[in-house]
Ligand binder design. Structure first.
Ligand SMILES: Cc1cc2nc3c(=O)[nH]c(=O)nc-3n(C[C@H](O)[C@H](O)[C@H](O)COP(=O)(O)OP(=O)(O)OC[C@H]3O[C@@H](n4cnc5c(N)ncnc54)[C@H](O)[C@@H]3O)c2cc1C
Length: 286
């Protein structure tokens, strides 16, 4: 049986581990944190969505980015300090603009399959992750944004995702707590929401039940590839370790680029800072 090491116990590493275990591999997962899902997979927007599969590689994103440079309230801030990594990422981002349509279609196809797999595995492993199968609503406040969303909807449909146009009245019916002026929206009833931390932790426990070895509190420092083997050098607070495996999967989020470079792979990921807040809603709906 082949032994496979996975670096990273976020959603990517744990779902990869689960699939490999189901195929009969011997799996070991490393993470520098004490528990699974303590970095990006700790908290996110909670969307199990295929309706957000439109890729960002389009000229309007660049224009939006330039406008945001001069707006202190912008949802994304860009640090102008140049670096080779930043420049190579921007160049690659721009070079994919001509593939916007085909990349969006392929991304939505992948998202539909991923969404279904996540739901199926939660059912099989009985993971409680606050799953709510109530669809996702996109709202637009002007005709220009709605027209763009209509074009995206046609593109998503080519990838197999159907979302329905809704009026301002529909929006208020679907989500009565929304107030304001809306031009229109799109509702994707096949989308859903859930808690990524609970999901990843639950699936990590399932991986352990299926025989995976989970090694926490160990940071992978160095990777060395030999013809038939890979060596992982890691350390905790006190000791250094060396582990040997047949194969390796790197799922280390924003650290993947640096680790992959050690084994001759180029992964052009550029980290951005995200934000998420959790609000305890103590009031009840009237
Ligand atoms: C604000 C925000 C909102 C989002 N909303 C959504 C959403 O609604 N829906 C959606 O689908 N996606 C959303 N995303 C994206 C999604 O959350 C991420 O794509 C996902 O969590 C990334 O998971 P990951 O496993 O790749 O990375 P991570 O969760 O970051 O996991 C990487 C792991 O690798 C470990 N690691 C790194 N380096 C080493 C090392 N050297 N040795 C050992 N371990 C190491 C880290 O400790 C970490 O646990 C959102 C992201 C953000 C930031």
């Amino acid at each position: 049986m082949k032994s496979i090491a996975i670096i990273g116990a976020g959603i990517t590493g744990i779902t990869t581990a689960y699939c490999l275990l189901k195929q009969g591999y011997q799996v070991t997962i490393f993470d520098k944190n004490r528990y699974p899902a303590m970095e990006t997979s700790y908290a996110n927007g909670g969307q199990l969505s295929a309706s957000n599969a439109e890729v960002w590689n389009q000229a309007s994103t660049i224009l939006k980015g330039i406008r945001w440079l001069f707006n202190s309230q912008a949802p994304l801030l860009f640090n102008m300090k140049p670096s080779w990594h930043k420049l190579s990422w921007i160049t690659e981002f721009i070079s994919h603009i001509p593939h916007y349509e085909e990349n969006t279609i392929q991304t939505v196809q992948l998202a539909i399959r991923a969404r279904q797999s996540l739901i199926d595995w939660a059912r099989i492993e009985q993971i409680d992750f606050d799953y709510r199968n109530q669809g996702i609503l996109h709202i637009y406040r002007n005709a220009t944004d709605f027209a763009h969303a209509s074009r995206v909807t046609r593109l998503l449909a080519r990838g197999g995702l159907i979302r329905q146009p809704v009026t301002a009245q529909d929006i208020r019916r679907i989500e009565p707590t929304l107030s304001g002026n809306f031009y229109g929206g799109f509702f994707t009833d096949s989308d859903s929401t859930g808690d990524i931390h609970k999901y990843t932790s639950g699936l990590a426990a399932a991986c352990e039940r299926l025989g995976a070895t989970l090694i926490f509190n160990q940071q992978v420092q160095q990777l060395t590839c030999h013809p038939q083997q890979v060596t992982i050098s890691s350390s905790d607070q006190y000791n250094a370790f060396e582990h040997h495996f047949d194969q390796l999967v790197i799922c280390a989020g924003v650290a993947s680029r640096h680790l992959a470079a050690q084994v001759g792979d180029r992964i052009n990921i550029y980290p951005v800072k995200g934000y998420s807040i959790t609000i305890p809603l103590l009031d009840t709906l009237s």
